[in-house]
Design a protein around this ligand. Sequence first.
Ligand code: UT7
Length: 328
Amino acid sequence: MRAIITGVGHFAPENKLTNKDLEQMVDTNDEWITTRTGVKERRILEKGKGTSFMAVKAAEMVLSQKNISPDELDLIIVATVTPDMLVPATAALVQNELKASNCWGFDLNGGCTGFVYALSIASQFIETGKHQKVMVIGADKMSAIVDYEDRNTCVLFGDAAGAVLLEPSNNDLGIEDFILHLDGSGYKSLYVDAGGSLKPASQETVNKKRHYVYQDGKAVFKRAVTDMADVSLQIMKKNNLIGKDIRFLIPHQANYRIIDAVAKKMELDKDHVVVNIGKYGNTTAATIPLAMSEAYQDNLMKKGDWIVISAFGAGYTWGSCLFKWAMD
Ligand code: UT7
């Protein structure tokens, strides 16, 4: 039994925050942002709505594409670093909104690698025969934890969600392999200091802006380039594949320079790499399913194509998943 992706969907809020807008907010400029990151604009979810709102929209797109009832879902996994609330899990809010009455679910915080982790986990429930339909969602409202007075981070992130449906199949399509890593020694380079059990919200944490994401960009950049490329190459080698066998790399979209470096090491031409960072920025757990869903809408993938997804993020977490595209 193998796990295949049988549906993909996404949601991005309509409200755009452009580089020009940011020029009015912090000491930055379009040229710096474009050349250093590749981001031109990002989407911002309105106040009063949380990550679950986008996750539900993405999941609904999958359900209507597949014409299946939410009741058929066995499991919902929501990869996110920006849950609506600390308790309960965003998966519970998604389940309730979808009225998916026969499933269980949980949230997964794997930083920007959350979707790769979640897809790998979900595939196990399918391969064991335990479940028939698993909804894997990557969703983040990064605008909720970004300080729009901090030019180091506010130019990078945006809000969005993406979702895929995993189902069993007994042909040679679907999830072939994954390689996942965690190195917690890097946590101080990318984190949100307060709001958890260590430093609960207080007047002091708010005054000191401890609820915003902090990133040592240079440190993360170095590790991202090396580890994302290494794990992508490793999964290819392990499965006796070379660059020209891979139809698409769908990478985490944190920085165009990182994507470019990874693609070069994999010996992939630009037209074999799915890139949409210009339109959305870094939407954390959403980048890969969002890019996958858009690529599907653009008819880029053909059944049987080898696809590699790779990511690096807070933790540090990183990993790759290799699969054969299974949709027409
Ligand atoms: O998805 C999770 C994983 N995250 C990542 O993979 C992100 C990894 N890091 C990066 O993408 C890059 O490090 C950044 C895009 C965050 C920063 O790019 P960089 O080339 O590493 O720039 P830097 O931090 O070394 O800053 C270079 C200069 C500095 O000025 P000085 O010290 O050279 O005078 C910064 O103060 O650019 C300055 N700078 C800015 N200038 C204009 C930093 N942010 C900005 C800005 N606009 N927004």
